[in-house]
Design a binder for this molecule. Structure first.
Ligand code: AHG
Ligand code: MN
Ligand code: MN
Length: 344
């Protein structure tokens, strides 16, 4: 048997790609589904593969550093922010069933021409999460959330009206972490599943089926550089975590890319906190395309996500880029957090 054949036989032919998985999920949970959803998801996965190809060679391409523009967040846009944003807009533009998109990088929501109406989808996304980490080769990511177009929306309505829906309306959500490997994690409300990009086949391959967040975890994750501006109740709670008041001392881990900090929390448990601070009294993270997709995944994996007092996914959004305090973690840590908040 020649060498080539042996290599082929060594490769495991029984891989399950994310496309196969989403189609199987649809058959299982929505018999007769048209496959429109998996076609939409393939637009997102294609865009993330384009982005990861840039991330992987960032130092060799002219994609690091600032692009010289300030985005709607008031932040210096990185070249990779723009590339990732354009890749998603381009790929979703070819999905006829996507009517409206909203991106962290664009002030307004975008309605694709002539696509309002029933059976259409809305996609909101943060094309490149963790931008400050790009130039120093630390994990970054993409987050996305998929909603249904509201049925009663007039064709000439402001596309923002289609986007401003609470997290409980999400049909699906996910993120990609461009880390030591590139992992896509998604949920359609039937559990959480992870896929690792296999460069040898160019596909996201099922690697983490039915991810469950540990009830009690190891680390707490917050940027303690803002300690002096955190509300006191957060300082007290974090001090209690550190000194072992909840079982044993919790060491701190903080990467500064939400997707990476959350992905670790999802797999190893614990708690991530981005409280209100002096510079961001409403919190820094954006409700629609950072907190909501992560909260959907956390809840589907058995975790909890709040803004300190409310379930994140029940917050009625008023603006596309509105920010929120964001605390997400395993049942044990989030119960302790809720108790600490109730006592204040
Ligand atoms: P983005 O790069 O999309 O603006 O998001 C960055 C966010 C989030 O990824 C991370 O959790 C947080 O900013 C880190 O903020 P600090 O640098 O203030 O800790
Ligand atoms: Mn972000
Ligand atoms: Mn971003």
């Amino acid at each position: 048997m020649n060498q080539q054949r042996m290599e082929t036989l060594d490769a495991d032919p029984s891989i399950i790609t994310v496309q196969q998985h989403i189609l199987a999920e649809q058959r299982k949970h929505s018999p007769g589904a048209s496959g429109a959803f998996s076609w939409l998801l393939s637009g997102i996965t294609l865009a993330t593969k384009m982005t990861q190809a840039q991330v992987r060679r960032a130092g060799l391409l002219d994609v690091t550093g600032a692009a010289g523009q300030i985005n709607v967040q008031g932040e210096a846009q990185q070249k990779l922010d723009i590339f990732a944003d354009q890749a998603l807009i381009h790929c979703l533009g070819f999905r006829q069933n996507v009517a409206v998109i909203a991106s962290e990088e664009n002030e307004q929501a975008i309605m694709f021409d002539g696509r309002s109406g029933q059976g259409k989808y809305v996609v909101v996304f943060d094309p490149l999460d963790g931008s400050s980490n790009i130039d120093v080769n630390v994990s970054v990511g993409t987050t996305f959330s998929i909603l249904a177009m509201p049925e009663d929306l007039p064709a000439d309505a402001d596309p923002a009206a289609a986007v401003l829906q609470p997290g409980i309306k999400q049909l699906a959500a996910g993120y990609v972490v461009y880390g030591s490997s590139t992992i896509l994690v998604y949920t359609t409300g039937h559990g959480v599943h992870g896929f690792t990009l296999d460069p040898s086949v160019g596909a996201y391959v099922l690697s983490h089926e039915n991810i469950r967040m540990p009830e009690a975890g190891k680390y707490y994750s917050s940027n303690d550089g803002y300690w002096d501006s955190y509300p006191q109740v957060y300082c007290d709670f974090i001090s209690d975590l550190r000194r072992g008041a909840y079982g044993r001392p919790y060491p701190q881990r903080y990467i500064g890319s939400l997707v990476a900090d959350f992905h670790r929390t999802l797999l190893t448990g614990g708690i991530f906190l981005y409280p209100p601070t002096e510079s961001n009294p409403q919190g820094k993270l954006r409700l629609l395309y950072e907190a909501n997709p992560v909260a959907f995944i956390a809840e589907q994996a058995g975790g909890v996500a709040s803004d300190g007092t409310r379930r994140i996914m029940e917050i009625e959004p008023e603006q596309i880029h509105q920010r929120t305090p964001f605390i997400v973690g395993g049942k044990t840590e989030m119960a302790a957090f809720d108790q600490a908040m109730a006592k204040q």
